[in-house]
Design a binder for this molecule. Structure first.
Ligand SMILES: *Cc1c(COP(=O)(O)O)cnc(C)c1O
Length: 500
């Protein structure tokens, strides 16, 4: 149970600029032994007139400052982090060992292929493993995030249509898709055509067929998130793919949530033509705070000619980079993508093997269903159906009974030591609370989380203001999130004034 509010007693960490003193330093530089340069003369008007107001601090001051900040961070390595759709699972530490091996970590990205055979071999092996896992013919590892994988896959779809002398514009997207899907379409110059997934929460092939019929010949394809953002399996996928293929379109599968189906079902077998992985989610690289990411794209043979270059492959005399692909969409990322994540993903897959990957899915699905079954007494599900890897709850009942909303509940969970789930997404569920427990959590952790939600429900009944004003135990209380987004204060100024 959280105790009295202790915010006032907590230690506020000032920015590094407010630490240290003029002339203090953490480094000792040898005396100048070359002729001094007159910067003013060399750089003219570009030379700085006033010295930059950089922090001047000793090594222990700097070290402590950043260690303290890191300890204030919420981290999957210390607490439960059920942020729906983000797959915040434990990242095995053996991955870090592998990624930090000198031969991988210290390899210069411009090393010629004949001196980087080991790294290229790992990339080809990972491509093959990923292709097999999803039932596709080939994989490119280049894209640096899930969303960039979507973009790359759509670029390949467009190049494919062009190669046939066609230029259809419409990509169909159900309203249960992830938010990046329509954005990737728009960036690619396609028109995102939304259609309702329907009451069951999954796409009904006949509803889709009617929507597609109205588009005539103008069908570039479909983007479908499977399992979708409600955590539901799109069981109509083979028929859905038939509808799209019948119109000459291709099926893009958003594969960010592969931890729900690993070893149990393969998108390629269900009719998907091209998809991205989110290595940082499914294949375990720490990915809080916006990075790093890796979004390899898997595709069927008919898209092979259009994949990004250089293609990493095994040639007659070793592993090589193939640039000779005139139909390619080109390079989508500098060098070869985030290589360290490829090492982690490869290590993870090899460590688990086929049986282990199956167990990942089984545990992810079991955990989510356990949470759904126990929590729905307190918070009804958005769509009451068995889920895969995550469950979406609604605040409908809670708000009607107590006036407390999803956001209040999420903020109060912080006081109980849990990272809030994803809130207000997907939009198809009112006051959505999207909980993804992941496969790496124990029953005890899930039970503690369930107890916290039940306790907050009780608080909402007894003392709604307590919940509405949460969090109480953090250094900073409830933020004005709209103002923070519209007028962000991103820059420190002397004297505490801040500026966007
Ligand atoms: C996370 C996610 C994405 C976006 O991936 P990024 O790596 O954040 O760009 C796309 N689709 C789904 C379903 C996701 O969960």
């Amino acid at each position: 149970m959280p105790g009295e509010a202790t915010r006032g007693l907590q230690f506020i960490e000032p920015p590094i600029f407010e630490r240290g003193a003029r002339g203090r330093s953490g480094a000792s530089v040898p005396a100048l032994d070359v002729p001094p340069v007159d910067i003013g003369r060399e750089l003219g008007a570009l030379a700085r007139v006033e010295p930059a107001a950089l922090p001047e601090a000793s090594e222990p001051e700097v070290f402590r400052h950043f260690v303290r900040l890191s300890q204030k961070n919420f981290a999957i390595d210390s607490q439960f982090y059920p942020l729906g759709s983000c797959t915040m699972k434990h990242n095995p530490k053996v991955n870090e060992w592998a990624a930090r091996l000198d031969g991988f970590a210290a390899l210069h990205p411009l090393t010629p292929p004949h001196l980087a055979q080991g790294a290229l071999e790992l990339m080809v092996a990972l491509q093959d493993l990923l292709a097999e896992i999803v039932g596709m013919d080939e994989v490119t590892l280049q894209p640096a995030a899930g969303a960039q994988g979507e973009l790359t896959g759509l670029m390949m779809i467009r190049a494919y249509h062009r190669s046939l002398g066609r230029s259809p514009t419409k990509i169909f997207i159900p309203d249960s898709a992830h938010g990046t899907n329509p954005a990737s379409c728009a960036l690619n110059g396609f028109e995102a055509v939304p259609f309702p997934a329907g009451d069951r929460g999954i796409v009904d092939p006949e509803t889709l067929a009617r929507a597609v019929e109205q588009a005539g010949d103008d069908v570039a394809g479909l983007m479908i998130t499977n399992p979708n953002t409600l955590g539901l399996y799109e069981s109509g996928l083979p028929q859905i793919a038939e509808v799209i293929h019948g119109k000459g379109g291709l099926v893009y599968g958003d594969g960010a949530n592969m931890n729900a189906v690993l070893g149990r079902s393969r998108p390629g077998d269900a009719g998907v033509d091209v998809m991205q992985f989110n290595l940082h989610k499914t294949f375990t690289t720490p990915h809080g705070g916006g990075g790093p990411g890796s979004g390899p794209v898997a595709f069927k043979r008919l898209l092979s000619a259009f994949q990004p270059t250089p293609v990493v492959r095994k040639g007659t005399s070793g592993y090589e980079l193939d640039d000779q692909r005139p139909a390619s969409v080109g390079r989508v990322r500098s060098f070869f993508g985030n290589f360290g994540m490829m090492v982690r993903a490869y290590t993870y897959i090899r460590e688990l093997g086929p049986e282990g990957l199956k167990a990942v899915t089984d545990m992810a699905v079991l955990n989510a269903n356990y949470l759904a079954a126990r929590l729905k007494e307190t918070l009804p599900l958005g769509v009451d159906a068995p889920v895969l890897h995550e469950a979406v709850f609604t605040d409908r009942k809670l708000e009607a009974e107590t006036g407390v909303k999803t956001l209040d509940l999420a903020k109060r969970l912080i006081d109980y030591g849990f990272h809030p789930p994803t809130v207000y997404f997907p939009l198809v569920v009112r006051g959505a609370l999207m909980v993804e427990p992941t496969e790496t959590e124990t029953k005890q952790t899930l039970d503690a989380f369930i107890s916290a939600i039940e306790a907050i429900k009780q608080e909402a009944t007894d003392d709604p203001e307590l919940v509405k004003n949460a969090p109480h135990l953090t250094q900073i209380g409830r933020l004005d999130e709209a103002r923070a987004a519209r007028k962000p204060s991103l820059r420190w100024r002397p004297g505490g004034a801040s500026e966007a």
